[in-house]
Design a protein around this ligand. Structure first.
Ligand code: IMP
Ligand code: MG
Length: 179
């Protein structure tokens, strides 16, 4: 695939992310203290690095599951159509559930996923999003916990991609086009 040349300017350092993940995990652990099991649902693929770091900081009995919904193609614009490409393996009825998302942008993806999961009758259903772009919101929805609020920039790294690239960057950076 051809791609206009771009550079990545660091926005949030690996160190800042790690500190924030630790703080989020403390709050989530306190919130769910006493649970028999917390089902942590990672939304693929963007949350895979975040969920890996987050679950290792949770002092709770945890099960990890994944769900893949598509809203973005390989473009920088969101589409309203949300499809479930891969569903959970496990049941969540009567369970404590934490959905882990990389970015809440327009909010369509999260709203669709929460609607779907709520219909399965979880005991508690909360959301932890690494990033939030409040200025882009089109659906009135917010995560229970948010790592960082960011401006309307296209970001990559720490699991987040641009046309499937740059997921392996240890920090979060913004994409700046050169042409
Ligand atoms: P929403 O449905 O518009 O809220 O889209 C959320 C999804 O779009 C996120 O889970 C990301 O996968 C993707 N997305 C939104 N903003 C960005 C970005 O800046 N970089 C990469 N992916 C993004
Ligand atoms: Mg995503």
């Amino acid at each position: 695939m051809t791609q206009n040349p771009y550079v990545i300017d660091q926005m949030i350092s690996a160190k800042a992310i790690a500190a924030r993940v630790e703080a989020l995990a403390r709050e989530i652990t306190a919130h769910f203290r006493g649970t028999d099991k917390l089902v942590v649902v990672g939304l693929l693929r963007g949350s895979f690095v975040f969920i890996a770091d987050l679950v290792r900081e949770l002092d709770l009995p945890v099960e990890v599951d994944f769900l893949e919904a598509s809203s973005y193609g390989d473009a920088t614009h969101s589409s309203r159509e949300v499809r479930i490409l891969k569903d959970l393996r496990g049941e969540i009825a009567g369970r404590d559930v934490l959905v882990v998302e990389d970015i809440v942008d327009t909010g369509f993806t999260l709203s669709h996923v929460l609607h779907l999961l709520r219909a399965r009758g979880p005991k508690r259903l909360e959301v932890c999003a690494l990033l939030d772009k409040p200025s882009r919101r089109e659906v009135d929805i917010r995560a229970t916990w948010t790592g960082f609020e960011i401006p309307d920039e296209f970001v990559v790294g720490y699991g987040i991609d641009f046309a499937q690239r740059n997921r392996n960057l240890p920090y979060i950076g913004k994409v700046r086009f050169l042409a």
